[in-house]
Write a protein that binds this ligand. Structure first.
Ligand code: NDP
Length: 290
């Protein structure tokens, strides 16, 4: 039985995910580096803003930080409750998950790499997909906590498998985004109305999340709302490329897409949404996707 739950990292995702926990658990601790956010969360949702060392005394401890390096740095400073389960919702590095799982196991703590998909709207509606790697028994024990934030919760394999699935998922999204941008620019260059074109494509075999939501809801209307930072996508595509290299595979589309997303991230304005990756294509062709 899970009595207490903690959430560490109240960013774009974590703030919204942690909001659901008080509906299911009596004690919900929250901690954030900028502690004012934790206090605001407590006032808004009835969670308890506590010091980090108190947060890690919970039965289930969620984290959602930018990178595995951030999680490793934090974990190394802490005295975590024995018998607890750390559910890391960061989109992280598989090798780091294996390292953390084995280091924490020595302290009788289970570590699950449990990244999420579904963007901030999915976090808000508790409809995220959670793809978890790690000990199967720990997964079953932590399941009620993960069900509070997600809809499809899957155990996908041993430590690192969750992060691997997430990296490949985001790589596929990036591939589709780059391809959709190229297709849209080609149509615009030939004088085709993009809204009409996307209506057809989205009822046809070329559709993807990029054509169905990213282009119409972020690019064509020129809003580019910041919900998922472009450097975070570049981090994820980088993890996918590392997985390809480690397996000594030949995957040219993955390699090329990583180069494109990294270049777009390197040249983007600070705090750019991932959808602004298309602006790199626009600057090359002097055509805007609108
Ligand atoms: P944000 O940048 O919005 O939030 C990051 C959070 O981590 C903040 O709470 C920040 O604290 C905290 N943080 C950053 N660095 C450190 C550190 N060194 N030590 C402690 N806390 C730190 O990121 P997101 O919420 O967008 O993303 C979090 C993770 O979820 C990433 O791995 C991302 O790839 C993944 N993700 C994001 C999605 C999205 O749509 N945004 C969708 C699915 C996954 P502070 O407030 O003090 O800066």
């Amino acid at each position: 039985m899970i009595q207490s739950v903690a959430f560490i990292g109240l960013g774009a995702m974590g703030y919204r995910m942690a909001a659901h926990l008080p509906k299911y658990f009596d004690s919900v601790y929250v901690w954030n580096r900028n502690f004012d956010k934790a206090k605001q969360h407590a006032a808004e949702y009835g969670t308890q803003a506590v010091e980090l060392n108190q947060a890690v005394q919970a039965d289930v401890i969620f984290s959602c930080l930018p990178t595995s390096a951030d999680v490793e740095a934090l974990v190394s400073t802490l005295s975590i409750k024995s018998g607890s389960i750390w559910v890391d919702c960061t989109s992280g590095v598989p090798e780091s998950a294996q390292k953390l799982a084995s280091a924490l196991k020595a302290q009788n703590i289970d570590y699950l790499d449990a990244p999420v998909s579904g963007q901030t709207i999915g976090a808000e509606n508790a409809t995220l997909t959670v793809m978890a790697g790690g000990n199967a028994e720990a997964f079953e024990k932590a399941l009620p906590a993960m069900q509070a934030v997600g809809k499809l919760i899957k155990h996908v394999g041993a430590s690192g498998a969750g992060f691997a699935v997430k990296a490949v998922n985001n790589m596929l999204m990036a591939v589709n985004l780059c391809a959709a941008a190229e297709g849209a620019l080609t149509l615009k260059a030939h004088g085709v109305n993009l809204t009409e074109a996307l209506d057809c494509i989205n009822a046809s075999s070329g559709k993807s999340n990029a054509t169905e939501t990213i282009l119409p809801q972020r690019v064509i209307n020129r809003t580019f709302p910041l919900t998922f930072a472009l450097p975070l996508l570049a981090k994820d595509t980088g993890i996918a490329v590392d997985l390809v290299r480690q397996a000594k595979l030949s995957a040219p589309i993955i390699g090329l897409t990583q180069s494109l997303i990294q270049a777009a991230s390197d040249t983007a304005a600070p705090n750019s949404d991932f959808s602004t990756a298309v602006k790199m294509y626009e600057s090359w062709s002097k055509i805007t996707i609108e």
